[in-house]
Ligand binder design. Sequence first.
Ligand SMILES: Nc1ncnc2c1ncn2[C@@H]1O[C@H](COP(=O)(O)OP(=O)(O)OP(=O)(O)O)[C@@H](O)[C@H]1O
Ligand SMILES: [Mg+2]
Length: 243
Amino acid sequence: MTAPAAGLELREVVAGYGGQPILHGVSLSVQPGETLVVVGPNGSGKSTLMKTAVGLLRPMSGAVRLGDADVTALGAPARAARGLAYVPQEANVFRNMTVLENLHVGYEFVAPAKGAAFAERLDAVLALFPEIRVKLRSTAGHLSGGQRQMVAMAAALMPEPTVLALDEPSAGLSPRNAELLFEVIGRVAASGVTMLIVEQNTRLGLGAADHGVVLVNGNVRLAAPAATVLTDPDIRRLYLGGA
Ligand SMILES: Nc1ncnc2c1ncn2[C@@H]1O[C@H](COP(=O)(O)OP(=O)(O)OP(=O)(O)O)[C@@H](O)[C@H]1O
Ligand SMILES: [Mg+2]
């Protein structure tokens, strides 16, 4: 990918629903070209954090920055137009369209094209996802869960975003398919895209990350290099089932 990298940052974000905060002053930042994985138990606020980052939820206070700009007041489409791509936890492909049509939607409608022709973007994206090259004419709804996640990521990458945000990419996948998907995620990260991932599978998620954040009850419990989080004794005991 040739797009210039851009970072993403949350500053003291308080956010929730109906006036009730779920995130209690969360700060984190993803450096350009790096991958940050947010882990934490069910209900800890990971999807809420993601929705706030991508502009689907307006924070009660605090700020969101994309690259050099404060984007707190911008909604999701405006952030997408500035290079922030988002793959939600559920309903992330058009199931009754083919894979190729899904990629077209990503290219035409998600964010304005930056000048690269469709065929050029298709080549660049399929180089990262050889698994779906042979499935272009298949109906997305007929693919396996892992293949569908790849289609969702591929469609999100079609407009050549600088930041890719993934909510729970391994949700619903078998352990083996989740592992394979994280290999693909590693490939995407190596292509230079900045990545923010929230993931319940602590070991897999942190294994693919440069930095890790542990979110518990809407608070950052630990923020450190991913390898440090993986070896933190408390984290191992609480979330990794190891001594
Ligand atoms: N639209 C909503 N309206 C009201 N409360 C909500 C809404 N979405 C989430 N919540 C509440 O916010 C809290 C955090 O939910 P969130 O989905 O952010 O957690 P999560 O860490 O993503 O969980 P999971 O691992 O199950 O995906 C939960 O208590 C949930 O019930
Ligand atoms: Mg969630």
